[in-house]
Write a protein that binds this ligand. Sequence first.
Ligand code: EPU
Length: 302
Amino acid sequence: MRIEDASLLARLSALGVEVRPGVSLSEHTSLGIGGTTDLLLVRRYDSIPEVMRLLKSAGFKSRFLGGGTNVLVDDGELSWVALHLPTVTPGVTVEGNSVWADASADLGGMVTYCAKRDLGGMEGLIGVPGSVGGALRMNAGAYGTQIGSYVREVEVYRSATGEIETLRGDDIRFDYRHTSFGPDDVMLRVRLELPSKPFKEIIAGIKVCNEKRRSSQPLNQKSAGCIFKNPPGASAGRMIDELGLKGHRSGDAMVSDRHANFFVNTGSASCADMLKLIEDVRERVRQAYGVELENEVIVWRN
Ligand code: EPU
């Protein structure tokens, strides 16, 4: 989708928005998959309500792209524009045990920044790729840690009201890879409360998690992490593996031969290839185990 109206472009520019025309989102997703659209870099959080009003009244649909690490974007010319909050490193400030982090901050970078200030608890999250905002929206977790446990406040643009609101952590539900945020809410900033822990101890914990991850996950291949959520009491990866589906493919989309819940782009996989593989595996698991696997990856169709 292209914004060509000069007056709209001028108004966006006055709000500090940089419009990059015709960007391939394959360059902005960890799967290396995605079609083309205008990419709008929104540098000021406070301008978001006005930017959204402008786009809506001009008839543009839009989606916020965070780190692009848990999303499968459709192929071809996209029917919506992509918005992105650029990262300003580190995007984190610490006061006592309170940590304010921008949604655009890198999640791993935030964990390390806090570790250096003797604030721990999030060691398990160190290798989870993506932004703080993305982690927050889906309550990312690994090795027994979920980001939601530490959340005290969230600043969020609420699509329902068109305003920026501050929500108390207690008023947000954080479940397994799911939160009570609306699908179009945009995470802006979060305040976490982290336990004090000596840096050395945190680093030791981080090392253990990194080793586990390196030994079981295809970290050097293009993926979106786990494709399916784990069903209650079971492991999607183990089930897919037991069905002998490692290496199973659709075009260049392939079930990783290292971890069967990671689907990797081995070359120039399209969204259609990946979706076909997802449906094929879901169907085989349904037939073999009577279990309906639910996507963890977020699919953005046209
Ligand atoms: N397993 C297999 N074959 C495989 C993969 C796994 O037999 O191909 C077995 C493992 O040997 C293990 C069990 O299945 O006995 C569980 O595997 P693993 O420890 O890798 O955990 P997982 O349930 O597959 C979850 C998260 C990961 C997270 C790890 C570590 C989900 C969907 N996945 O994976 O998160 O890193 O635990 O905490 O909850 C993600 O969400 O994208 C993600 C990668």
